[in-house]
Design a protein. Sequence first.
Length: 168
Amino acid sequence: MLETNWLLNGRTLDEAWNPFGDGYWWTRAKTDREQTAVDSLNIEAQRTHPSFNAYVPGSTNAHLCGTDDYCVGYITWEETREEPELGQLYILPAFRRQGIGAGFVEAWREDVADSFSRFRVNNPNADMYRLLRSIEAVEITEDGLDFTGCIITGSKIDVPDEWGPDMA
């Protein structure tokens, strides 16, 4: 794992990164070290999930997530004319199922998508649908799914099985 101190390169977390949740931080990946951290996490993501696209510093926007000690995840995203599009969310396995991903997406949403009513998500998997529901970007209604805070793009429909067959 990459240590946060290496990324900060003499700066303090308060100077360089933004807090969210309880003990977590985010920043836009701007410096060479921050982009290297996203690239390293992306390589790990590709090892465990072949569907992850390669991160290309300079041509892909990214946010980096960390604790006081380590870099634990990233988001890639694209600027579009209508709404920003969340590309990838990756959190290291040891830090999953703790609400970090949801808090990180909320922080990204405030930073990037705040001036828009919604953001786009391309081909979300079942875990992303669960996350979107947890931040109230997707709601389950009697009529099916209501996309109140996001727009789903792409052709892959992979809603969680526990939501039932009528949701797809």
